[in-house]
Write a protein that binds this ligand. Structure first.
Ligand SMILES: O=P(O)(O)OC[C@H]1O[C@@H](O)[C@H](O)[C@@H](O)[C@@H]1O
Length: 314
């Protein structure tokens, strides 16, 4: 019997615009149908651009940043692991460079995971995964930090949002200590009109005032001179950057009790060869969520995860 073509009884849902992801010249670029986009260099897995749908660049990137792998990228979101700042000489990280090796190692792009594949209605998120393991380090670095580890760094782009998450796994047979931090440089229009709230009551180490510890008394901290503080906030409240009194960015955290607030101001920035233009200290603020005020110990076979989500408000 002849079969007639009949219209399918299953209604086909119109195909939704999808996020696009490309890998070219060791740079991963993701774009959402909403127009939000981000760019991540495999070098350091450094996010160098985060643009919201209004085409506003939310991250500061120095115009003199080395992008050729010769030194850590100045700006964006360099990743700090396994030690923050100058490594203490009497610690297992003592031979490593300032802020560790994650920001100056070449990572592998593990692929994307868009929310569309999980939920046909949602097409507004894309997650990019990057990996770094002990086997990928240089021989010199492996000697300086002889532990077996695996890192998965996930960057999730959403509408007006960027989330960063680090998964650390101890793949060896001995425990290790680590610190980690997302060294995020944000653009601000005018540092003199920028304040930070959410840190009232937190204790902080002030590196400018020769590493003394204080308790933050201000509910809205103005940035009026060189600022280099490591806040410790065990209750992990949201941190808000305000510009001209209006919320411009919020940062929520998971398993990251600390946050550095850094602006080098005029003199320090003048002395940094890869920081340009020289007056750009007026237009950036680092808000750096992390776990750096003590060491996180990871036993053989154990894993740890921490994340931060940034939301653009203006
Ligand atoms: O020049 P680097 O190694 O990228 O560090 C920049 C700044 O990074 C901040 O996180 C530190 O608190 C500052 O002390 C430091 O100056």
């Amino acid at each position: 019997m002849e079969r007639k073509n009949r219209p399918s009884s299953i209604a086909m849902s119109p195909s939704l615009p999808q996020p696009t992801v490309s890998l070219e010249d060791n740079i991963v670029t993701a774009r959402l149908p909403s127009g939000d986009s981000c760019q991540v260099y495999l070098y350091g897995a450094t996010v160098t651009s985060w643009k919201t749908s209004d085409n506003t660049e939310r991250l500061f990137l120095s115009s003199a940043a080395a992008l050729d792998g010769s030194k850590p990228i100045r700006g964006g979101i360099p990743l700090v692991f396994p030690v923050f700042g100058p490594p203490p000489k009497d610690h297992a990280t003592g031979q490593l460079p300032q802020h560790g090796f994650a920001r100056n190692s070449v990572w592998e792009f593990l692929g994307k995971n868009s929310s569309e594949s999980m939920n046909a209605k949602a097409d507004d998120t894309v997650k990019l995964d990057f990996g770094l393991s002990s086997a990928m380090l240089s021989e010199d670095m492996r000697k300086k930090w002889p532990y077996e580890f695996g890192l998965v760094y996930s960057v999730t782009l959403g509408k007006g949002k960027l989330e960063v998450q680090l998964h650390v796994q101890n793949k060896g047979d001995k425990a290790f200590d680590f610190q980690c931090l997302f060294h995020s440089y944000f653009t601000v229009k005018d540092i003199s009109k920028t304040t930070v709230s959410g840190l009232e009551g937190a204790s902080y180490v002030d590196k400018v005032r020769k590493v003394q510890t204080f308790t933050e008394e201000s509910s809205d901290i103005p940035i009026t001179s060189e600022t280099d503080r490591v806040y410790s906030t065990p209750s992990i409240p949201p941190i808000t950057v305000k510009e001209g009194g209006k919320d411009s960015l919020t940062c929520t955290r998971d398993a990251l009790p600390d946050c550095t607030v850094w602006n080098g101001w005029e003199d320090k920035i003048a002395s940094m060869g890869d920081f340009e233009p020289k007056d750009a200290w007026k237009r950036y603020l680092c808000i750096e969520p992390g776990a750096v005020s003590s060491w996180t110990k990871l036993e053989a076979g154990d894993a740890w995860e921490g994340s931060a989500a940034f939301e653009a408000k203006l």
